[in-house]
Design a protein around this ligand. Structure first.
Ligand SMILES: Cc1cc2nc3c(=O)[nH]c(=O)nc-3n(C[C@H](O)[C@H](O)[C@H](O)COP(=O)(O)OP(=O)(O)OC[C@H]3O[C@@H](n4cnc5c(N)ncnc54)[C@H](O)[C@@H]3O)c2cc1C
Ligand code: FES
Length: 509
């Protein structure tokens, strides 16, 4: 248990049970065919396709390979994305809904083939995926989803009782889906990328991307890269000429790895109703443990994230014979207004800059689809998925969601600024306490650590200036507008921000 009272080690199971990588940082200038910014599942899958096709690729990673969201996921590999197919049929029509279904089913089979082809040891196993209902409303939605999924030829069925240790109100089940250890899989891809003549540079942050007639140029904090094309695979796009910040809504959620007695449920489960709950098995130390998760909320918009973990832990205790909590971790994924990820040209007029984001918690298949689609686009190859996923598509069908998202952002952008910081003496902050305070007509994000040292930085997010909120569980400053996150000393933990917070003169007081 950590000092916040959250049970288990504060690290993702995936990060703790895979190797640390130590690829060198970029030094000076470099030239390649395709520059891929971000070494998560999108970037590494694209790099894998491109290097195997003989292209010279550079992957630029700000921190550690597969150490972003892909290293903190729950890693179910499935085309059952809670409830999506009725929504797709109603809003996109049968042809596009079919493309979504087929692309995500393709992704499962691609991962299976890649694991077999490379002899990759990553705990890949076939498993069934379930969305279960707890209420009458959930049951109706699940029944409608079964009908929609069957129309699209998906391996769906309605099951009255899910194999869970509590009563459910009916489920949709997809057979022949899968689960794995995502980081072991991705580190194996990284190894083949670098042995194939391409390169990965870690501890290198991309700062700017420019498109010219014949090539692109990427400016990083370590040097410049000249490339024929660029893939922005940084999870939330930092290069944003098409205003993704007004269209993507980052959602944070929580996971715990738990040792239980009395057997584990057979399958991978997610609830149709709120609060979202998710559970899957994972081999660990010669036995199977459970990963439980849920409690989604918009990043930076909850004042007490500790209680989110505790709610999931309580749910695990209520429903399983918990022997020990091993790990806890959380991360975030943005959703698009119409529920389909953005994968394609970064802006309409771009010929050479591509991006992917907006997987809404389903980026194991979605990110694999993105890797394939973006590698095709960079290679001028036709791909029938391109139109559905086009980031520049019309979003009329999601206009209402777009408006309410931007009202929400506006409230934080202006409202928090008008409110300003609290007028408190920074010296009065207790150990472990954090506050946004007013000091010398500036708004300061101040945190006094357990050793009594005051960490004080500007509370204005370097992306667009929203006032940051304290995240009690992760001890970070999170932005309620577009989800950037910073550590207590102002270092960027998660984009779209690329610039660290300014230090305050209060630092160290
Ligand atoms: C709690 C949770 C559980 C989930 N569970 C599942 C699941 O069970 N199944 C599923 O399919 N999906 C799941 N997802 C979603 C899935 O994990 C994500 O969609 C996916 O990992 C995103 O991959 P990515 O490559 O886009 O991002 P990342 O893995 O974050 O990769 C982006 C990389 O870019 C780097 N980067 C950022 N900015 C820069 C920069 N300026 N320069 C250079 N590098 C940069 C980052 O350090 C990072 O390594 C879950 C998501 C959450 C939040
Ligand atoms: S992430 Fe956009 S203002 Fe903070």
């Amino acid at each position: 248990m950590d000092s916040s009272g959250i049970p288990g080690k504060a690290l993702s199971l995936w990060m703790d049970t895979s190797s640390r990588t130590a690829y060198a940082a970029l030094e000076g200038d470099y030239a390649c065919d395709v520059a891929i910014l971000g070494g998560g599942i999108v970037g590494l899958t694209a790099a894998d396709f491109l290097t195997r096709a003989g292209r010279k690729v550079v992957v630029v990673e700000a921190w550690q390979t597969a150490g972003g969201v892909s290293g903190f996921t729950t890693a179910k590999i499935t085309s059952l994305h809670t409830l999506i197919y009725k929504h797709l049929l109603d809003n996109f029509g049968p042809e596009r809904a079919q493309i979504y279904a087929s692309a995500n089913q393709w992704a499962i089979e691609h991962i299976a083939e890649r694991v077999a082809m490379g002899g990759i040891e990553c705990d890949f196993v076939r498993d069934s995926a379930w969305t279960y209902a707890m209420t009458d409303d959930g049951r109706e939605q699940v029944q409608q989803e079964v009908q929609a999924a069957l129309k699209l030829g998906l391996p769906a069925q309605f099951v009255e009782e899910a194999p869970l240790p509590f009563r459910t109100r009916g489920s949709i089940k997809f057979d022949n889906q899968a689960r794995f250890h995502p980081r072991k899989y991705l580190l194996a891809l990284a190894e083949t990328i670098t042995t194939g003549g391409s390169a990965i540079f870690e501890q290198t942050r991309a700062l700017r991307v420019e498109e010219h007639d014949t090539h692109c140029e990427v400016t990083t904090d370590r040097g410049r890269i000249k490339a024929e094309s660029v893939i922005v695979a940084t999870h939330y796009p930092f290069h944003d000429e098409a205003m993704y910040f007004a269209r993507l809504s980052p959602q944070r959620s929580y996971a715990l790895a738990v040792k239980v007695q009395g057997g584990q449920p057979d399958g991978m489960f997610i609830s149709a109703d709120e609060p979202e709950r998710s559970v899957r098995r994972q081999p660990y130390g010669g036995e199977d443990i459970l990963i439980v998760g849920g409690d989604v909320h918009k990043t930076g918009q909850d004042d007490d994230t500790v209680r989110r973990y505790l709610a999931v832990a309580d749910w695990a205790r209520e429903n399983f014979q918990v022997e020990e909590f091993l790990y806890h971790w959380s991360t975030q994924d943005p959703k698009t207004p119409d529920g389909v990820p953005y994968i394609g040209r970064a802006k309409k007029s771009n010929e050479r800059i591509f991006m992917a984001s907006g997987f809404d918690g389903w980026g194991m298949t979605g990110g694999t689809v993105a890797g394939k689609l973006l590698s095709d686009l960079c290679s001028h190859r036709e791909n029938e998925w391109a139109e559905l996923y086009d980031p520049n598509r019309s979003e009329i069908r999601a206009a209402r969601t777009l408006i309410s998202e931007n009202v929400n952002v506006g409230k934080h952008l202006l409202g928090d600024k008008i409110k300003g910081g609290q007028h408190v003496d920074p010296l009065s902050l207790k150990r472990g306490e954090a506050k946004v305070i007013s000091f010398d007509s500036k708004t300061v994000a101040a945190y006094r650590d357990e050793e009594n040292v005051l960490h004080a930085v500007s509370a204005a997010c370097t992306h667009m200036g929203c006032t940051l909120h304290w995240n009690t569980a992760e001890k970070s400053w999170d932005c309620p507008c577009h989800g950037s996150r910073f550590d207590v000393d102002g270092k960027v933990l998660h984009g779209p921000a690329i610039v660290d917070l300014e230090p305050s003169p209060l630092e160290g007081k």
